[in-house]
Every structure is written in structure tokens, then in C-alpha cells.
Ligand binder design. Structure first.
Ligand code: LLP
Length: 443
């Protein structure tokens, strides 16, 4: 790839690139002797042992994200319910629960995984607009803390199932505050056109309906307005708006749980979101404590806990030029990490071996037969060679958990760098046998 006409003379070294375009302010990520390290572990060493494509997590970074939340919650009645959808790997779940966190779940499968990881059921909240009867029954039998109820029809179903099981279902009413969280439209959840929650105008009516049901115990209310929120204004506005609902609730019952959802954003490129500690401290000071003296505050962070704690490693298999475009064709693909194509999400990409060659404008693409199979388009990266490796940063959340076997590609392995520097395999790479394990051969 020498003498490219696309070489950008503006930037001549990778250092310049890192300074100008992609600040290296990613926790635990740094070059040591020209090799990219995560939590002081050489990623070349990790690749030598486990090959690519590969998800790598850092227990150290995970612990620091959790600690920041714990610091923010200190001296307040708060239950941190980790949003399992962000990453449901059992080893990570176990670490998270060992720090005392509960879980925010959205399916029976997530409840099952929480059970296996020994997450205490009295710290589990169940969200989602479409809980099935089987899932409701499973959660009732497990005595979870709360169902976050999103419609009057769901209330009736939960009441019926609780009656059959001769129990009472604790619920929170999830409201839709109609607030724009200024994030990608697919991950905004608190706008009136979104399917989530109950509108403020109907809140009192639904509350009365719920109070009249014998097998429902109404505990409080909550909302979740969206994800990757880097500016707290919308979160504060949602909180302010909910004060009128707290007043209504107080006419009928003591409010026991107030759920402020998840959604804190993280740095993918150059965003500067508050730390979890700053975020919690800001919101907790805005709460109308006098009006909710009995309340425990529930928080449902997902991305901001696991996102920065993971990265995805992939190998450049081929370098190809088509007309004016240069493609780095890597061994990972959209089935492994779908965020770039699904949400036009930006993930910082760094070469594993620091490289001081000229910079080029390239597309980083996978082997899947779709033009949407890319990790980056028009990205400035150094001139690399076939066989070199790339690290796609900040992929701990909604990376593996959204992976599929599309194109009959076995999903990649996941490894964890422990705090003591040991590297543990926490999920094996899938095999071809895994691809057919559930199929019934009509032969
Ligand atoms: N609670 C509820 C009710 C939620 O719906 C979500 C996320 C969370 C908590 C956690 O939000 P977080 O703290 O992770 O922002 N796949 C998308 C993100 C979808 C988020 C859906 N709900 C992505 O890759 O950006």
C-alpha cells in the first residue's frame, strides 16, 4: 500500500492522530513500548493466546465504573440495578453482583442468568412492554423486587397470574415523561411517540386501576428516557416532571420505590459525560426527599458500567483498493458488533501495534455479504499491513449481547483480564457444531 494518493499529509504520525482526532482518554487503554495495552496487559499477548475476533474485558475498569456508582450513591437509599441487556456474560454478572448490585432485567432469559450468577432476587426489577405470561410467572415465583408496569393490560395479566399463584405482585408504574434525551432515535424511550411507559395524563387513572387490583401491590413509579445520554439536562427535566406525579401518588400511598432508569452515556470518541458519581450526586440532590421520605431510589445503569470495560479485537485479513477507496477487511463483522451499522455508532479504533506511517482514509469492514457490514467509514488510520490487528474500543456494552450467528458465523470468544493480570476465558468461541445444535434435520 505504498505511495497512496490518499495519504493525508496533514497528519504524519499516529501520535498526531491520537492527539488531534482520537484522544486516548479511555480508561486503562494505552501504548506501552508501541504495543496497545488494556489494564497493563499487552493485547498482542492476549491475541497470541486467544486469537481474533475476540472480546476482551478488564475487571479493573469494570470495578472502577462500579465504584464510581457506589461512591455517588453513598449515604443515600439507593439500589443499583445493573441493566443486564448491556452484557449478560455470567462472569461479569457475578463480579457486578459481588459489588452488591442488583439487576434490571427484560426477559425470562435474563432472570435465569441472574439466578445462575446468584444475583439476589430482592434486587431485581423487571422492565419491558411485552412481558409474556411465562416470564411473569417465573419472576413471581422468584420473588423479584418489582415489575415495572408499562400498560393497563399488563397490570391485569400480572394480577391474574399473581392470583393463580396465590401471591401479590409488587409493581412500579413506568411513566413516559415525553422528554427528548438528545440521543439516537432508536434508543430514545421517553418520547410520547415511543412505545414505553404510561403517559402523564393517564397516570392517576392507571394508578387507581392498579390500587383496585387485589393481587397487585403498587410500590412506586419510575421512568427510563433513553440511552447514551451525555448531557444531564434531559435527566433532570424528567425528574422535575415526575414531581407532579409524586404528588398524585402521595394522595393514595406511601411511595416506596422511585426508579430513575439508566442511560448515562460514555465516551466513544470525544464526548465528556459526567462520571457515574457526578451523575448520581447531581440527580440525588434534585430529588424531593421531603415528599418521598420512605423511598428507595432505583438506578438502572448498563452501558456506563460495562461499556468502557470492554474492547473488540480483530485482524486485518486483506487490504483492498476499489476506485478511490481503501478497505481494511477484518475478521470480525457486523454479526459480532452491530452498533456501527445499526445506529451509525462511532467506536474509536486503534492499531494494536503502534504505527508511525502516514495516515489514510479507510473503511474498516467485515467479511459479511452486506454493504452495511462495517465498523468505520472514512476513518483516518495509519497505513497498516495485512495480518496486523485493530482494537475497537468501548464495546463492553451492547457488543457481545447483540451478537448473532448471521452468515453462519460462530460468535467470538470473550476473555477477562483479572485484576491480578491473569487472562481468563469467560466464553468459548462458538464452533460449527454450535451453529447446528438446535436444528432438526429433515433428512
Ligand atoms: N433501563 C431500561 C428500562 C432500559 O430500557 C435500558 C436500556 C436501560 C435501563 C439501560 O440503559 P443504559 O444505561 O445501558 O443506557 N442497544 C443500544 C442500547 C439500547 C438500550 C435499551 N435500553 C446501543 O447499543 O446503543
Amino acid at each position: 500500500m505504498k505511495n497512496q494518493t490518499f495519504v493525508l499529509s496533514k497528519f504524519s504520525t499516529l501520535e498526531k492522530l491520537l492527539k488531534k482526532n482520537e484522544p486516548m482518554e479511555f480508561e486503562g487503554v494505552e501504548y506501552q513500548d508501541t504495543i496497545l495495552h488494556f489494564s497493563n496487559t499487552s493485547l498482542l499477548k492476549v491475541i497470541e493466546e486467544f486469537s481474533t475476533p475476540l472480546y476482551v474485558y478488564s475487571e479493573g475498569v469494570l470495578a472502577s465504573r462500579i465504584q464510581s456508582y457506589l461512591d455517588g450513591a453513598r449515604n443515600h437509599p439507593v439500589i443499583l440495578c445493573y441493566s443486564v441487556k448491556a452484557n449478560s456474560n455470567l462472569s461479569l454478572l457475578k463480579i457486578i453482583k459481588d459489588y452488591g448490585l442488583g439487576a434490571d432485567i427484560v426477559s425470562g432469559g435474563e432472570l435465569y442468568k441472574c439466578k445462575i450468577a446468584n444475583v439476589p432476587s430482592n434486587k431485581i426489577v423487571f422492565s419491558g412492554v411485552g412481558k409474556s405470561k411465562e416470564e411473569i410467572s417465573f419472576a413471581l415465583k422468584e420473588n423479584i423486587l418489582l415489575f415495572s408496569v408499562e400498560s393497563p393490560s399488563e397490570l391485569i395479566v400480572i394480577n391474574e397470574i399473581a392470583k393463580e399463584l396465590q401471591t401479590t405482585a409488587p409493581i412500579n408504574i413506568r411513566v413516559n415523561p415525553d422528554i427528548d434525551p438528545q440521543t439516537h432515535p432508536y434508543i430514545s424511550t421517553g418520547l410520547k411517540e415511543n412505545k414505553f411507559g404510561i403517559s402523564h395524563v393517564e397516570f392517576e387513572h392507571v394508578l387507581k386501576q392498579a390500587l383496585a387490583l387485589k393481587h397487585i401491590e403498587v410500590m412506586g413509579l419510575g421512568y427510563h428516557i433513553g440511552s447514551q445520554i451525555v448531557n444531564l439536562n434531559a435527566k433532570i427535566e424528567a425528574l422535575q416532571r415526575s414531581k407532579e406525579l409524586i404528588k398524585i401518588f402521595n394522595k393514595y400511598k406511601k411511595l416506596m420505590y422511585f426508579d430513575i432508569g439508566g442511560g448515562l452515556g460514555i465516551r466513544y470518541k470525544d464526548e465528556n459525560p459526567p462520571t457515574p458519581k457526578e451523575y448520581l450526586e447531581t440527580l440525588l440532590t434534585q430529588l424531593p426527599w421531603k415528599e418521598i421520605p420512605h423511598a428507595t431510589i432505583l438506578v438502572e445503569p448498563g452501558r456506563s458500567i460495562v461499556g468502557p470495560a470492554g474492547m473488540f479485537l480483530t485482524k486485518i485479513q486483506y487490504i483492498k483498493k476499489n476506485y478511490d477507496k481503501i478497505f481494511y477487511i477484518v475478521d470480525g463483522a457486523m454479526n459480532d458488533l452491530i452498533r456501527p451499522t445499526l445506529y451509525s455508532a462511532y467506536h474509536t479504533i486503534l492499531p494494536v501495534r503502534q504505527n508511525k506511517t502516514s495516515l489514510m482514509n479507510v473503511d474498516v469492514v467485515g467479511p459479511i455479504c452486506e454493504t452495511g457490514d462495517f465498523f468505520a467509514r472514512d476513518r483516518i488510520l495509519p497505513q497498516l499491513k495485512e495480518g496486523e490487528y485493530l482494537a475497537i474500543l468501548t464495546t463492553g456494552a451492547y457488543g457481545f449481547s447483540m451478537a448473532s450467528q448471521y452468515n453462519s458465523r460462530p460468535r467470538p470468544a470473550e476473555v477477562l483480564i483479572r485484576k491480578d493480570g491473569t487472562i481468563k476465558l469467560i466464553r468459548e468461541k462458538e464452533t460449527y457444531e454450535d451453529l447446528i445444535a438446535k436444528e432438526i434435520h429433515l433428512m
